[in-house]
Design a protein around this ligand. Structure first.
Ligand code: GLN
Length: 484
């Protein structure tokens, strides 16, 4: 699929860029300079980027070009040679500011690099900047960023989605050949859908969380945002795998992602509960069109039911605040960046730092999380939600007894207007209805873009079985290049 029509620059496929840098027809320095100049030229309008790391990036690029010139290197070790990228600003990149878009971390310079980013850089990729997000990744519009909202490149009056809204907008604009996001409840897939790009949420544990600012540790995962599934597969092949710094990581076969063109006949299950009345008719139509495309290509399409999806949103908004309230307790005004002035006691410093450092949404979620974990309500909320999660997982497993992958929308509507939902947190949470169940079950899923003429982009979601990430990409690739 070609890059969406709003792109200000069209990069070649990632493998072609790496080959061109290897044969000297492109240089890493020129690629980095191009990405930085696009950001300089266009980002005043979109505000997708919070910071760039020009000096560091150029230094890394120069080293790559020198290595290529020396001839003393092995191309196989550098599948991303000289490829610039942008990381969501909740991912640590040593020596660069990492804020998670919160005043709490403003000015915080990362002391080490996230494993996922490090693996990309070891393969020759170069991080050139950090993308905007909802503070601490809480949200679905980037409106919760303490540093200003990102604009949707397809309509600057609309949100780009979130929380990886900056990463999705940057990808749609073509600042770099790929960007990184994190997905705790939909934060890669939903903005990808709103911005018309490919957003992939890997199986939980497939990519190390080490060096990602923690939101909810049992569902957080890092994943790529790209313009096509081939690039996604390449990035995944580099980023995946066991990491001793994250005990929840799983073993990956590095070759798994290299064979994604192996298109066998599959059974696609259309999830009944994901096509509820909450879904806008034009989105339902696109899901039906995708199902038809599979049928036309000789695949089987069946309807499946996962009834617990109906309570997945409520389950998510108990479990995730519970986990994040615990994770955010480390931001106490002593250990990290921000600390309130003029406090007489340690107690007062904790209190003032947390009340003035966190934004409204983080505070709302901390209160919700501590409430559901409190001894009087633990059984009624937290434990019950855990039971619902287990039930949901078993229903997914049952569905996968008859289907290879599942199909549904990514979002109930197209990108909404900036400010439209900010006064109504419940309505805002309701936007996550199509994505959160996938995180609760730890499954891989992708949002594939459908861009129709001048209207806003729509995403179609394909959900796969645990650890069958490559199959998701395989099946998703069949939707590429479709006339819509
Ligand atoms: N929108 C969801 C939320 O606010 C998802 C966030 C995420 O995936 N980081 O929790």
């Amino acid at each position: 699929m070609s890059q969406s029509s709003v792109a200000v620059f069209s990069w070649p496929k990632i493998n072609d860029i790496a080959l061109s840098v290897a044969d000297g027809s492109m240089t890493a320095v020129a690629n980095v300079e191009k990405a930085l100049s696009l950001i300089r030229e266009y980002d005043n309008t979109y505000h997708a980027i919070l910071s760039t790391c020009e000096e560091l990036a150029l230094e890394k690029a120069k080293k790559i070009d020198d290595m290529v010139a020396s001839g003393e290197w092995n191309a196989e070790e550098y599948p991303l040679l000289g490829v610039p990228f942008i990381a969501k600003d909740n991912l640590l990149v040593k020596g660069t500011e990492t804020t998670a878009a919160s005043n709490m971390l403003k000015g915080f310079v990362a002391p080490y690099t996230a494993t996922a980013v490090q693996r990309l850089e070891n393969a020759g990729a170069i991080c050139v900047g950090k993308a905007n997000l909802d503070a601490f990744a809480h949200g679905g519009s980037t409106e919760n960023s303490d540093f200003g909202v990102t604009k949707n490149p397809h309509d600057t009056g609309r949100v780009p989605g979130g929380s990886s809204g900056g990463s999705a907008a940057a990808m749609a604009l073509g600042y770099t050949p790929f960007t990184l996001g994190t997905d705790t409840g939909g934060s890669i897939r939903q903005p990808a859908s709103f911005c018309g790009v490919v957003g992939f949420k890997p199986t939980y544990g497939r990519v190390s969380r080490s060096g990602a600012v923690a939101m909810a540790s049992s569902t957080d995962v890092i994943g790529p945002i790209t313009s096509n599934t081939e690039d996604t597969a390449l990035i995944m092949s580099v980023m995946s795998g066991k990491d001793e710094l994250d005990s929840t990581t799983i073993d990956s076969d590095p070759n798994e992602f290299r064979n994604v063109s192996d298109k066998k006949s599959v059974t696609v299950g259309v999830v009944k509960e994901l096509l509820s009345d909450a879904v806008a008719p034009e989105i339902r139509e696109e899901v039906e069109a995708a199902a038809q495309a599979y049928r036309d290509n000789g695949h089987k399409v069946v309807e499946v039911s996962i009834p617990t999806i109906d309570v997945a949103l409520a389950t998510y908004y108990v479990l995730v605040p519970a986990e994040l309230s615990s994770n955010l307790s480390r931001h106490d005004g002593q250990r990290y960046q921000y600390s309130a002035d003029d406090t007489a006691t340690l107690e007062e410093s904790y209190e003032k730092s947390r009340t003035s450092g966190f934004g409204r949404e983080a505070k709302r979620r901390i209160m919700l999380g501590t409430y559901v974990l409190s001894s009087g309500f633990y059984d009624a909320y937290y434990k019950k939600a855990q039971k619902a999660r287990t039930k949901l997982i078993s229903e997914f497993n049952k569905a996968f007894e008859t289907c290879d992958v599942l199909l549904g929308p990514t979002t109930p509507s197209v990108a909404f207007k900036i400010g439209e939902l900010t006064d109504d947190p419940i309505q805002m949470y309701a936007q996550d209805i199509m994505t959160v169940s996938v995180n609760l079950a730890g499954l891989p899923a992708i949002s594939m873009p459908v861009v129709r003429n001048s209207s806003m982009p729509i995403g179609v979601q394909i959900i796969g079985q645990h650890k069958k990430d490559a199959q998701v990409l395989e099946v998703a690739s069949l939707l590429e290049g479709r006339e819509s």
